[in-house]
Every structure is written in C-alpha cells, then in structure tokens.
Design a protein around this ligand. Structure first.
Ligand code: XLS
Ligand code: NI
Ligand code: NI
Length: 437
C-alpha cells in the first residue's frame, strides 16, 4: 500500500502554475550553463527530519501524523519506513538521501546487536536505491543522542565513549561504502564544552583530530572513495562547539593535517547562529578550496537556536547559487534539505509542500544567478572596483616587486594615496532586484 496514494509525481508546470504540488521553476532536465538543473542542484532528503521528527519540543509531545509508522522499535517498522521514504523521494524527484545510522535502525541490547539491526535496514536501502536509482549523498553517525555521549564522543573525557564512537563510525563507513555514498559527514553533536574549568580543551581537540584521521585511514583501507565533510555549528547542544564556523574548521583541519581529505558541509542556520550569512560561509570555504556540500535550510533571525526551517527566500538562494557557481558548482556535494516541517504542520502532505517549495526556491535562485552571470554586470563592477590592482603600483605589488622600503620611497615621492571611488552598494543591490523582478 502506497503511503502517499493521493499524491502523484510532482511535475514542472512553469511560473504561471498555481498548483501547490507542482514546480514553477524546477525543471530537472532543463539545461542551464551547459548542465541540467538536477545536476546543478543535486537535491537530497534528510531521513532524520522527514521520517523521524515527530514534532516534540521541550514543552510538548509529538504531533506528527505518520499513519505508516506504528511507533515501535521493530525492524519491520524500520524497514517499512525506508520503503515509504523512497516513495516520497520518487514522488518529489529528490535524487539523493542522507541518514545517521541511528535514524534508520534501533539500537540493540549491545553493540553487536545494534550493528545487526543496522544491516537489516541497510539491506532495504540497497534494494530501494537499486530499484529507483536514488543515491546516498553522504553517510554519518549519530554520536550525540545516546547518554554514553553526554560528554561528547571523540572529545569525551571517557575513553570508552571515544572507543564506542570509533566502532560506530567504522560500521557507518562500511554501510556508506555498501550503499555507494558519495561522501561522509562529521557533525560533532557534542564535540564542544559547557564549562571551561572541567575541560581540557587541548586534549579534547587533539582527540578529535586523531579520531578523524582514524576515520580517513579506515575509509581508504576499505576502498571508500567518498569525500569527507566537516559541518560547522557554533553552539547547541554545547555552549562552545569546536567546529564553530568555516574559518575555525579550516584552521583545525590545517593544524592537524586533515585539509587534503576533508571539505566543508555548510548549513544555513548554523552560519546565522555563528553571526554569518550562509553566502559568507560558502565564500570563505570556496575561496580556500573547501566548498563541499550544503545543508539547505533557514533559521529565524529572532530565535537563537537551530530551527531548521525549509528555505523559501529567493534572495538567499540566489546569493548561494552565485557563490556556488563561481567556484564551479558541486562535485560530490549537493543541497541536502536538513530541514523539518513545523510542529503545527503535522500532516503528511506538509512534507511535500516543504520540499517542493525548497526545491523551487533553489531552482529560481539558479535561474536568477545564471542570468546575472550571463549579463556580467556584477563581474564588471567587481573588476572596476579593483582596477587599481591591474596596472601600475598595484600590479607591481601583486607581482611581488615591492617591499616596505620601496613603498615608503614611493609615498615620499607621491605624497598621498589616489582618491577613492564609490563602492556603489546601493546600485548593485538595485541591479540585483532588476534580475529578481
Ligand atoms: C544538526 C546538524 C545535523 C547534521 C548531521 O544541527 O545539522 O543534522 O547535519 O549530523
Ligand atoms: Ni546539518
Ligand atoms: Ni542543523
């Protein structure tokens, strides 16, 4: 029995459509800048939100209506959820999926049993993936939910929690390999601290690096070719997360010799919690060669936590697409909707509205970004702004022909810097609007 029998495959109907279960901008096979829209955007669905969030919050129990789920921890229920998940992915036209090990299968009485449970569910993922051609974007392990990780996993003060996490990631890498995942993400749920007086920060961060090296080494040993990602988040659940933002993560990766193996998985709502915009984080990563994948969602600027809302702001998606396309687009990464419907949006159909809207917001962003790029107006304004570096003293400095002494003599001679030119921010913002409307 189909779980969503009232919904058929979502179709592209064009910008005039008023059908809430149709795409107005996302036309998967349409070619933009020589590439199909679906290959630019590589949309991915997060199993943990779409299949496991029940709408509970600190003040109330779950609200979600999920008639296919019997609420039990049985393997049958877990396997059935996977079949429902693929029906959903197919109907939405989502080409990729991602999950944490513990989202898909329940823990057993001990670690061995837990691994067996996981295998039983992964079997269904494999069948469904082969049936539909829908692929795993990246794998990951939940190293934060169970009380054994109350002090962290790789950064725990409890060495056997570290060892358990290592065993868990070994297994998660094997599963990722088996399902042909294109990547593996580290999000350090509790890799951070609450109180500096009981924390040996240096020791914890050293352990985190050691842990990531072990993961990379084992992945290479078993022939896992996927890209590793590190997902920054500044706070929540801990007060100070070690993976605060992109710049902090790149510093960590370089300091510990992990920069050749690990790129960034950037999440919008985590960027804003760190006091950045997502396009800033993407630019920091892209300019340093670390732009890997994106957890596509949005936050609420009036709330101080990770609300993981679906993205519908086309200004934001346009800015994201401009940065992404500037750095050549995704290779192994994609837009993973790390987003959940609101507690009040409890009906199954809301899952469709949410994903269709998110996909369309990025498709529109892609179209606007491509139009801006084709016109070249932003590039021309940028070139003009930095023109002083293209000739004369600027070009000489960039070519390494100067030092402090020669520049001192140059200024003694010249007397003062040349007059500055306007930054034209208002104009460029207005020009953006001419492409939007
Ligand atoms: C939580 C994170 C998580 C990661 C995967 O805030 O965004 O969902 O993406 O562990
Ligand atoms: Ni995320
Ligand atoms: Ni998040």
């Amino acid at each position: 029995m189909a779980a969503f029998s009232e919904v058929s495959k979502i179709q592209y109907e064009g910008p005039e459509s008023k059908n809430p279960l149709a795409f107005r901008f996302y036309n998967p096979d349409e070619v933009i800048e020589g590439k199909k829209m679906k290959d630019h955007l590589r949309f991915c669905c997060a199993f943990w939100h779409t299949m496991r969030m029940n709408g509970a919050d600190p003040f109330g129990v779950g609200t979600m209506l999920r008639p296919w789920d019997d609420g039990s921890d049985s393997i049958e229920n877990a396997q059935n959820r996977v079949r429902v998940f693929f029906e959903f992915l197919e109907k939405c036209g989502l080409g990729y999926y991602a999950f944490h090990d513990r989202d898909v299968a329940p823990e057993g009485a001990n670690f061995a049993e837990t691994c067996k449970n996981l295998d039983a569910v992964v079997k269904v993922f494999k069948e469904e993936s082969e049936r539909t051609g829908i692929k795993m974007l990246w794998g990951t392990a939940n190293l934060f939910g169970n009380p054994r990780y109350m002090h962290g996993a790789a950064t725990s003060c409890n060495a056997t929690s570290f060892a358990y996490a290592a065993a868990q990631v070994k297994k998660a890498l094997e599963v990722s390999l088996e399902l042909g995942a294109q990547g593996y993400t580290f999000w350090g749920g509790r890799e951070g601290y609450q109180c500096i007086w009981n924390t040996d920060m240096k020791r914890e961060v050293d352990h985190l690096a050691q842990f990531m090296h072990m993961a990379v080494d084992y992945a290479r040993e078993i022939g896992f070719k996927g890209q590793f990602y590190f997902e920054p988040k500044p706070k929540e659940p801990t007060k100070h997360q070690y993976d605060f933002d992109v710049a902090t993560c790149i510093n960590f990766l370089r300091a510990y010799g992990l920069d050749k193996d690990v790129k960034m998985n950037i999440e919008t709502n985590h960027a804003t919690l760190a006091g950045h915009s997502v396009e800033h984080e993407m630019e920091v990563a892209g300019s340093q060669g670390f732009l890997g994948s994106v957890d596509a969602n949005s936050g609420d600027m009036l709330l101080g936590w990770d609300t993981d809302q679906f993205p519908t702001d086309v200004y934001m998606t346009t800015k994201m697409m401009l940065v992404l396309m500037k750095y050549g687009g995704f290779t192994t990464g994609g837009f993973n909707f790390d987003a959940k419907v609101r507690r009040e949006s409890f009906e199954p159909i809301d899952l469709f509205y949410a994903h269709v809207g998110g996909m369309d917001a990025f498709a529109k962003g892609l179209r606007v970004a491509a139009a801006i790029r084709a016109d070249g107006v932003f590039d021309r304004m940028l070139k003009e702004r930095y023109a002083s570096w293209d000739t004369g003293i600027g070009a000489e400095i960039e070519a390494g022909k100067h030092d402090f002494k020669s520049l001192y003599n140059y200024m003694i001679e010249k007397g003062d810097a040349d007059p500055n030119k306007s930054g034209r921010q208002e104009l460029i913002e207005n020009i953006l609007n001419t492409f939007m409307f």
